[in-house]
Design a protein around this ligand. Structure first.
Ligand code: HEC
Ligand code: HEC
Ligand code: HEC
Ligand code: HEC
Ligand code: HEC
Length: 267
């Protein structure tokens, strides 16, 4: 239930953003003043623009002011507190800064060993995702270089292995469903089930507890196996249909041959 509420809160925020005119990302609109001014500044202040351009946020119209606040249309007052400018968050404030939009992730993170170590040497969102060049998340983020900065890589490796196995199953199951869809099977129900499982799967990481991740990962695998067994029965039905079809064609050919021979005999 709590997860559902988080999800709906996140969707609400996303919806609000979708329906707000978002300056800066549309090709026809002029660039927002934040980018115009910062692009021409020294490295420290222009670097964020360069890094942000390649990010998933830029791709989705989440510009400077969506994170930092401020007025993206009025160069003279862009960075005034009265226009909602938030400035640069300090380390312990980063989870709440990103969590305005990523509500569910923030909640999982705050409850985790990493969240509990916030301000006491634990990683924040930007330790793993970066601040401006945030890319689409993947298990590649769990690697020895990044995860052995503060502790050994052992527990991180266990999490990555468990998740990698599940991810491989998800990808394979999806490919099979698509194959069936292409030949006209009604895959809607299975697609929905897979979608829910995938969402659940992608919310596993931030609690970073090896036991929890392993347990939930194996529950997801059990559900995936159920989908795969439905697909296996579809395969069998198809096989039977193919055999029946082949028999029908052979019978028809035989009849045709027989008729031909008969006609020949009477000529
Ligand atoms: C007319 C030029 C100009 C515009 C427009 C502008 N900035 Fe800045 N920005 C600056 C300058 C100069 C600095 C460095 C000095 C300072 O902090 O005031 C700066 C600093 C910053 C900082 C770092 C502040 C700190 O405390 O270190 C952030 C974050 C920032 N700008 C974001 C924005 C955002 C978001 C917008 C648009 C809503 C924006 N800027 C629009 C010129 C501009
Ligand atoms: C996804 C949210 C997000 C977006 C979008 C974003 N920033 Fe930032 N920005 C941050 C965070 C978080 C920090 C603090 C970084 C840290 O502590 O590592 C920061 C820091 C900064 C700083 C201070 C850098 C320094 O070295 O002190 C500047 C300047 C800045 N941002 C400008 C911008 C500009 C200009 C844009 C638009 C092109 C932008 N930001 C877009 C999240 C964002
Ligand atoms: C104003 C809302 C907003 C803020 C603030 C924000 N994001 Fe995002 N973020 C989005 C949207 C919208 C997307 C693209 C849709 C999606 O994938 O969820 C996104 C995507 C992402 C993704 C990729 C998700 C995926 O599906 O792979 C990551 C990672 C991410 N953000 C991290 C951060 C971090 C770290 C911060 C803080 C520095 C931050 N975000 C701040 C709105 C926001
Ligand atoms: C210790 C590293 C780490 C920290 C800290 C961290 N993340 Fe992540 N994040 C990851 C990894 C790894 C994934 C990829 C998980 C996957 O592929 O399922 C991820 C995935 C995501 C996603 C995509 C989730 C989805 O449903 O597809 C978002 C959004 C995100 N993180 C935002 C955040 C925010 C916001 C914070 C801070 C509150 C944060 N992360 C803190 C490592 C981290
Ligand atoms: C900036 C430092 C830092 C980084 C980087 C970091 N961690 Fe941690 N991690 C901590 C701290 C602090 C703790 C809590 C103390 C402990 O258990 O070692 C912790 C605990 C953990 C735990 C134990 C959780 C539990 O509930 O027992 C796991 C698993 C973990 N981290 C995985 C990762 C992974 C995976 C990455 C890389 C994506 C990562 N960490 C990167 C600081 C960090």
């Amino acid at each position: 239930m709590a997860k559902l509420l988080n999800l709906s809160a996140f969707m609400l925020v996303t919806l609000i953003f979708m329906f707000q005119p978002q300056p800066g990302y549309s090709q026809e609109q002029p660039e927002i003043v934040c980018i115009q001014c910062h692009s021409g500044m020294p490295e420290k202040y222009s670097q964020p623009v360069k890094l942000w351009r390649g990010s998933i946020h830029a791709e989705n119209g989440i510009a400077c002011n969506a994170c930092h606040g401020g007025d993206p249309k009025d160069a003279a007052n862009a960075m005034s507190r009265e226009r909602g400018f938030l400035g640069v968050p300090k380390d312990p404030d980063i989870p709440a800064f990103c969590g305005r939009c990523h509500v569910g992730v923030m909640k999982d993170y705050l409850a985790s060993a990493h969240g509990r170590a916030l301000g006491k040497g634990g990683p924040t969102c930007v330790t793993c995702h970066g601040n401006h060049q945030v890319l689409k998340a993947s298990l590649e983020l769990i690697n020895e270089k990044s995860c052995s900065r503060c502790h050994s890589y052992d527990r991180a490796r266990s999490i990555r292995d468990a998740m990698q196995e599940t991810e491989t199953m998800i990808v394979a199951t999806e490919a099979r469903i698509i194959d069936f869809k292409k030949v006209g099977s009604d895959t809607e129900k299975l697609e929905k089930e897979l979608f829910a499982l995938r969402n659940h799967f992608h919310s596993l990481f931030h609690n970073v507890n090896v036991e929890t991740v392993k347990k939930e990962s194996s529950q997801i695998q059990t559900e995936l196996k159920k989908i795969q067994s439905v697909l296996a029965t579809w395969d069998q039905t198809n096989q039977k249909r193919k055999i029946a079809g082949a028999i029908a064609i052979s019978v028809m050919l035989l009849i045709a041959l027989f008729a031909h021979l008969l006609r020949k005999t009477f000529e």
